[in-house]
Design a protein around this ligand. Sequence first.
Ligand SMILES: Cc1cc2nc3c(=O)[nH]c(=O)nc-3n(C[C@H](O)[C@H](O)[C@H](O)COP(=O)(O)OP(=O)(O)OC[C@H]3O[C@@H](n4cnc5c(N)ncnc54)[C@H](O)[C@@H]3O)c2cc1C
Length: 321
Amino acid sequence: MKHIDLIIVGGGPIGIACGLEAKKKNIDYLILEKGPIVNSLFNYPVNMQFFSSSEKLEIDGIPFISNEAKPKRNEALEYYRRIVTSNDLSINLFEEVITVNKQDKDFHVTTNKEQYIATYVIIATGFYDIPNTINVSGEELPKVSHYYKDPHFYAKQKIAVIGASNSAVDAALECYRKGAEVTLLVRGSEIGKRVKYWVRPDIDNRIAEGSIKAFYNVTITEILPQSISIHTPEGDFSLANDYVLALTGYKPNFKFLKKIGINLSEDEKLYPQYNEQTMESNIANLYLAGVICGGMDTHIWFIENSRIHAKIILNNIISKK
Ligand SMILES: Cc1cc2nc3c(=O)[nH]c(=O)nc-3n(C[C@H](O)[C@H](O)[C@H](O)COP(=O)(O)OP(=O)(O)OC[C@H]3O[C@@H](n4cnc5c(N)ncnc54)[C@H](O)[C@@H]3O)c2cc1C
């Protein structure tokens, strides 16, 4: 078994920030990433534009230069990839961590390829792997997706977009502009309050003029191969439908966190337990970083405000050495 001082689980922006900080502090570290570099960002919609301006996504002050103030997905892939390659970060890609077990003082980390022993572990596994399902008959049909990639696919198709937050609104607008017939199905009484302020007028106006149809206070009752059935306060409707984009958010892998032994709050938020001063979890020498720290509230922590986790954690590790 290989012994490594620090294993970082997850090669997203925050896992990479932790690796960079470990390297600067001369700590023997290894990042284990189950996909390519910044796997979540790689899987985001091809045309997505960050709501943060590029300097707010920078790690360790390394300049992030983008064409517009707010960078696009491709520019972010370029930025984080260059950080990994230019700094020769120690990262194993396509290596998934299956278990992390504490035995005496050390952690035994088992992946789909190897076994390691580590003194410290950082969990930075993000939130994009597990969608929030709507639990309705027909959700398993191939025409239903919880991920949106490219609007071209939906040209001249009747699509239902479920959701009212940024992902749903962006997808609805893009697909409408590429010739899809879009219906937005909103569970609440209005478009989400966190929708980007510069996008909000666009969606409001498209709905007002009828270019995008919207139903509010909707419960989806059934999805069939050629239709979708909804219940609304105005009555029940069956809408002709080719594709459903259920963009109802994502959640951290709580099963994985529980298996490791991390305490989660008993309410529906499932907040993981950690010390805010050090980011250390209820397990000594095991730290949490990035979006997972918010439990089901995946909007609390994002790149902008969680990149500081790297310095906090590595300072704490150094103080223990
Ligand atoms: C459409 C969209 C737009 C966004 N725009 C912004 C923005 O403008 N500004 C901003 O600050 N934030 C934004 N966010 C949020 C931001 O992308 C996330 O908060 C951020 O990616 C969190 O970084 P992370 O490193 O914690 O997690 P992630 O980026 O999700 O990285 C976690 C990594 O862990 C890997 N992993 C998971 N499980 C394992 C395992 N068992 N073994 C090995 N590897 C594993 C995953 O493959 C992934 O690469 C946006 C999110 C979305 C969906």
